[in-house]
Design a protein around this ligand. Sequence first.
Ligand code: AHR
Length: 307
Amino acid sequence: ENASDSSSPGAAKGDGKITMGFAQVGAESGWRTANTKSIQDAATAAGIDLKFSDAQQKQENQIKAIRSYIAQKVDVIAFSPVVESGWDTVLKEAKDAKIPVILTDRAVDSKDTTLYKTFLGSDFVVEGKKAGDWLVKEYQGKTDPVNIVELQGTTGSAPANDRKSGFADAIKAAPNMKIIASQTGDFTRAKGKEVMEAFLKANPKIDVLYAHNDDMALGAIEAIEAAGKKPGTDIKIISVDAVKDGMTALAAGKINHIVECSPLLGPQLMDLAKKVVKGETVEPRILTVETEFTPEQAKAALPDRKY
Ligand code: AHR
């Protein structure tokens, strides 16, 4: 009977090793690729048996993956919820099966916070605010209208919702700033390019692009160049993440400012997993430490940038 008892770590397999089921969002961006690598490397280093699935940015796939982890009686489930809402049922199923759940990177809007043990990740509202504060400072003392276009992340995701609201709040300080178009680019380069092309066609005067991640900014840069304009000069660009390709564009002056969002959540996640599996209490919210980068700082950081 012990062989199927999931109450102690690794009990289902009898090898004493913790098994984690991780339901990843997808492989939509450089950030996500670095996040996946961090989780896989950290699991190996921590001696945790990792079952990994990629939901291709679809909530239904994530729910299926979580249900299969429950059926397999893993010791702990971790996931980065693609969107914020609609998780109560499956989280309740995990709770009923006594499998602890850890949220990483993105939040859920469930009212019942006993459905998960902790949430490890960035404060996306603060990231949006940092982007807006930078822009307000950049145009300080100027009163001419500033036309902003916004490339939003995946619709309904925590980073898209929060980066939008944090930025909107910050630019209220400058009444001449106006978001003239705002649309999702799904956090991908291809969609960023496509939507920016449409923005450029529809709007003769765009001063600023605010992209919710580097990948969309990089796609948009291609569209801006194809339209015969100079990214970073004719249109100022702010983005979020600070992945290597984004930092390279920043160092080259094609992006003007990047707010960092760290994907390196693996080691902290494995530490938390060990604790919750042992039944220890952990902090309910663990914030990632992050900074911002100017072109000069990007140049200095690039040689050591791992992702
Ligand atoms: O949830 C984090 C966001 O997801 C990153 O900023 C973005 O690049 C990724 O796709």
